[in-house]
Design a protein around this ligand. Structure first.
Ligand SMILES: Cc1ncc(COP(=O)(O)O)c(C=O)c1O
Length: 409
């Protein structure tokens, strides 16, 4: 008997390489620098708030668009951090709590796109944007950021806008390049959205992980953008709680209502006790966030030293916790020929290198080729995530330096 085939909208979608590399890391006992989650503990006050919320019996369905305490905390946080820009945000009408930014992106695209519509993404890009566009009946169109410093090519961005372009996703601070876009770049994005009537969906999940002297400026705070931006962020990265699955969207009407409708019929609500805990976490003093930032700055310096000492080249990230590195000095072409490394047909060099590094050097990374929408790009870079304990980074240092000395000869 032949089983009926899965829906065509899944054609060509393959498993996220990040999760696949995590499995490979486990199989080869490699340090997992592939997936962007920390191996250090969630801060104690954040964990305690979750326990207290469960014990206070906040355990049933929440209001679909989020428990009031969390929506109020989100609105208050935006107002305080970016005054006076988010004064218009009414938690009753404009804030929706979702199951992570991942769901928020999918919900936003489902709420906006008609079949055949296009959404522009800056690539390399977080892996869920293109599948989410597909699920919504649309199509992601990639616009590459320009190496070596991953600047936004404003002319290319403008040229990518066609008659079916409805929206643009701006991930800022940017994973995996670490870019915090300049005011001039943000102005150019805003001008394009206004001129071509595009909705901006911003993924600002790293808005609290920005390195001095850089500053996060939400696109919605630029003139004319408040009414055309859906601002997304979440708790995963800020509080090291990837497993809580909490994100949020701040959007003007009528999109806020549309987002809530899709969210309601997809998940009903995000986890209730964790929403209460997140409300408490967002109210932590500014010193908590400053301490987190300082700790990431230390990890960033350590990781830059480690990779540079092992033949990788990269620019220092301005935000987030990834390094996008070229690996030319490893002379992988020679390693491949000498050791007969199998390269799956069609996969880029970075894909083969990432797998090889995991298996033979014991450090799992992500191939940049898996982060591009446009086939053929990202062959020369791999991504390291550095949200790791000091001892984990030390182990990465040892493995990479030993591997570089042994293989790159
Ligand atoms: C740019 C970006 N957006 C979204 C996510 C996923 O966020 P969440 O855990 O809130 O679904 C990630 C996770 O790595 C990310 O890097």
């Amino acid at each position: 008997m032949t089983l009926r085939r899965p829906a065509g909208r899944l054609d060509g979608l393959i498993e996220s390489q990040i999760r696949e590399m995590t499995r490979l890391a486990i199989a080869h006992d490699a340090v997992n620098c592939a997936q962007g989650f920390p191996d250090f503990g969630t801060p104690e006050p954040v964990r305690r708030a979750a326990v207290e919320a469960i014990m206070a019996d906040h355990n049933q369905y929440a209001i679909t668009w989020g428990v009031p305490a969390l929506r109020e905390a989100i609105a208050a946080s935006y107002r305080a951090r970016f005054a006076p820009h988010f004064d218009w945000v009414d938690p009753e009408r404009h804030v929706t709590v979702t199951c992570g930014v991942t769901e928020a992106v999918t919900v936003a695209l489902m709420a906006l796109l008609e079949p055949g519509d296009e959404v522009i993404v800056l690539e390399p890009a977080h892996e869920n944007y293109a599948p989410a566009a597909r699920f919504a009946g649309g199509r992601a169109v990639g616009v590459p950021l320009l190496a070596p410093d991953f600047a936004l090519d404003v002319d290319r961005l403008a040229a990518a806008v066609g008659p079916r372009t409805k929206a643009l996703i701006l991930n800022a601070p940017h994973n995996p390049t670490g870019r915090v876009f300049t005011r001039a770049e943000l102005d150019a994005v805003a001008a394009l959205c206004i001129a071509r009537d595009l909705v901006a969906i911003t993924d600002e999940i790293y808005d609290r992980i920005v390195y001095e002297p850089h500053v996060h400026v939400p696109l919605a705070t630029l003139p004319g953008m408040r009414e055309r931006t859906i601002t997304l962020s979440g708790c995963s990265k800020t509080f090291a709680v990837m497993g809580w699955r909490l994100g949020y969207a701040v959007a003007p009407e009528p999109w806020s209502h549309a987002l809530r409708t899709v969210h309601d019929f997809t998940t009903i609500c995000a986890p209730t006790p964790l929403q209460h805990a997140a409300a408490a976490a967002l109210a932590l003093p500014e010193s908590f966030f400053a301490d987190q930032r300082a700790a990431y700055a230390v990890r960033r310096s350590a990781m830059l030293d480690i990779v540079r000492a092992s033949g990788f080249t990269c620019t220092a990230p301005e935000g987030a916790y990834y390094l996008l590195c070229r690996f030319d000095a490893w002379r992988f072409d020679r390693i491949r020929d000498r050791d007969g490394v199998h390269v799956a047909s069609g996969s880029g060099d970075s894909d083969a290198f990432a797998r090889w590094l995991t298996e033979h050097v014991g450090v799992a990374v992500v191939a940049a080729s898996s982060l591009y929408v446009t086939p053929g790009l990202g062959r020369d870079e791999v991504r390291f995530a550095f949200a790791k304990k000091a001892e984990t980074l030390e182990s990465v240092r040892q493995r990479l330096s030993t591997g570089f000395a042994k293989f790159a000869v």
